[in-house]
Design a protein around this ligand. Sequence first.
Ligand code: HEC
Ligand SMILES: [Cu+2]
Length: 422
Amino acid sequence: MIGSHRLRRLAPLGVAAVLALALAACAQSYPNTTFTPHSDLGRSIDFLWNRLMFFGTIVFVLVEGALIYVVIRYRRRSEDVTPPQTHGHVLLEITWTLIPAAILAFIAVPTVRTIFQTQAPAPANSLVIEVYGHQWWWEFHYPQYNFTTANEIYIPKGRTVDLVLRSKDVIHSFWVPQLAGKRDAIPNHTNHIWFTPDSNMATTVWNGFCTEYCGDSHGEMHFRVVTVNPDQFASWVTRQQAPGFFSPPPAPAAPAAPAAGATPAAPAAPTPAAPTATPAQLAAYILPRAQVPDYAIPHTPFPDAIKFDDKLQGDPAAGEKLFVGAGTCNACHTVAGNPLAVGMIGPNLTHVGSRIAIAAGMYVNDKPHLSRWIKNARLMKSGVLMPTLGKGQYDPQTKATTPSGLSDQQVADLVAYLQALK
Ligand code: HEC
Ligand SMILES: [Cu+2]
């Protein structure tokens, strides 16, 4: 008696708790949710999930209900009475074998259908993007347009994109929760994942992740996917195909640039042919910073241990010289158009100035973070291949200080150069 009273008093509390939980789930928008898919593949996965949840819930309620009923109905009512004992019941046993078989059929048929659909080769006119996982960043090559970028891709809405997944070292996994499922990037093996981003969604940015543990900085191996209109995509491609060029000095704003400085010769560079940009390339589309949603902008603070005088002004031409000279950045990084900068170990930096983030989405791409990154990348991100390059900086991997590294002024010059590579 007392027990059932207590239960009755607790019931409203329980209902309130469940309601509060349900309401909390609606309170915010979740940028990395899988429950609001924006592609055909995302929706078919969502459909399977909903169906599994639906049948799973029915089974749960029936089984738990029967269990509770039996426990109460057939409980031992007094010490000296043994409840009736039953052994075997053919009809019951056949029934509870057939019901799960039927439920499994409802689950298995659409699951297998979806697996076959998504394992089939992508449609012929798809946009192909070759993806290479590296510890701890992403390389993206567009073979149909012949350019390479890193950690940030643009894809046109409404066109199927065929991602060709490979790895340069260990197993990684490619995942953009709002667009599609996960798929592994495996060394010496090629995987595909393809989907069509909805044509009616907004021009915006989605977060992508590595979801296969791959070492020290696995948790900082992000990328961004920008979904744009087909014309914006075509424009962005013209920029990506251009060599790494300086914006004309007095006109940093892209739309104003074509008239003012159509084909400026880049400032004296040590390279044979100083890269120049056509007006179309200078005016090419990049998602304006103001349109980048907050969830796609990293807020990781830089380590206080790396001191840098943020007021130092850099000279991009001097930075370019350092890039292929004293800094030896070119041993690892490519800047297309500069024949001395063809390194393949680190991310392609041809248009690094136009990217939202650096270090695979860990830090926002601005002067304070870039300069500290160049000074001491290993203190900024654990385990990276990029060496600690700032003079007198402590390298946490070699456990030694760098006696003859870059001065702060040289770092500022390099930053000015990288920021100019739009
Ligand atoms: C030994 C090879 C190596 C050298 C030398 C090197 N880097 Fe790097 N760099 C890397 C690697 C690897 C990464 C990717 C690290 C990560 O995000 O995990 C990187 C990342 C970067 C990034 C961030 C790019 C992005 O999109 O996330 C910038 C900027 C950069 N390096 C600039 C420089 C500059 C400037 C120099 C020369 C002063 C330089 N690097 C020298 C290997 C190198
Ligand atoms: Cu990983």
